[in-house]
Write a protein that binds this ligand. Structure first.
Ligand SMILES: Cc1cc2nc3c(=O)[nH]c(=O)nc-3n(C[C@H](O)[C@H](O)[C@H](O)COP(=O)(O)OP(=O)(O)OC[C@H]3O[C@@H](n4cnc5c(N)ncnc54)[C@H](O)[C@@H]3O)c2cc1C
Length: 162
């Protein structure tokens, strides 16, 4: 079955605008499914535009990794939340995406991933990155979500906030 954003007046179709949401938000919420049971977590992320993938880090074990091993297909959402408008409506921009999640083990990719992640989520990225040594990175669990689909929806502009 195929679905589309029903409200065409609110749909974001410009791929650059969709990518910009993934580039400027600090975290995504990612849904999993295993044996007909849903699960979700939020993850701080860095978006790599060239690879169209999201990088994240996490603990080496836990429920989300059990789900990911059973079924790597994920669905996710990133939100820019502008709050209640003057018209008492709610202003937001959001992107949905689907893709495949996998862990990464190659140290050079981990280095790239941590740079993308820290530069997106930190106010002083270079300071933080200078503290991350290869030995530490080697032990850090990192993953990526390769995005295969994106949709976007925008409701009201932040200018009409009240
Ligand atoms: C804004 C934000 C950013 C985050 N960024 C990261 C990140 O970059 N990396 C990362 O690994 N995690 C991040 N987290 C935490 C993440 O959402 C999960 O809580 C965490 O990854 C543990 O997931 P798990 O499946 O391994 O947990 P487990 O401890 O294995 O989960 C077991 C059970 O604990 C409960 N549980 C787990 N997490 C939560 C939760 N957050 N709130 C309430 N109940 C919970 C659920 O009921 C679940 O069934 C972030 C959370 C937020 C809100």
């Amino acid at each position: 079955m195929s679905f589309h954003v029903r409200r065409k007046d609110r749909e974001i179709t410009d791929p650059n605008e969709l990518r910009q949401v993934l580039k400027t938000t600090k975290y995504v919420t990612v849904a999993f499914c295993m044996e007909n049971e849903p699960y979700l977590v939020s993850l701080s992320h860095g978006y790599d535009e060239a690879k169209n993938c999201l990088y994240f880090h996490c603990a080496p074990e836990g429920k989300k990794l059990v789900y990911q091993k059973a079924n790597s297909k994920v669905w996710g959402q990133a939100v820019l939340n502008f709050g209640v408008t003057n018209e008492c409506d709610y202003a937001y921009t959001s992107v949905h995406f689907s893709g495949k999640m996998r862990l990464i083990s190659d140290l050079s990719e981990k280095q790239h991933a941590i740079e993308v992640l820290v530069r997106q989520v930190s106010l002083k990225p270079e300071e933080k990155l200078a503290k991350i040594k290869p030995e530490k990175l080697e032990k850090t669990t990192m993953g990526r979500i390769d995005i295969t689909y994106m949709s976007g929806k925008k409701h009201q502009s932040p200018k009409s906030q009240g």
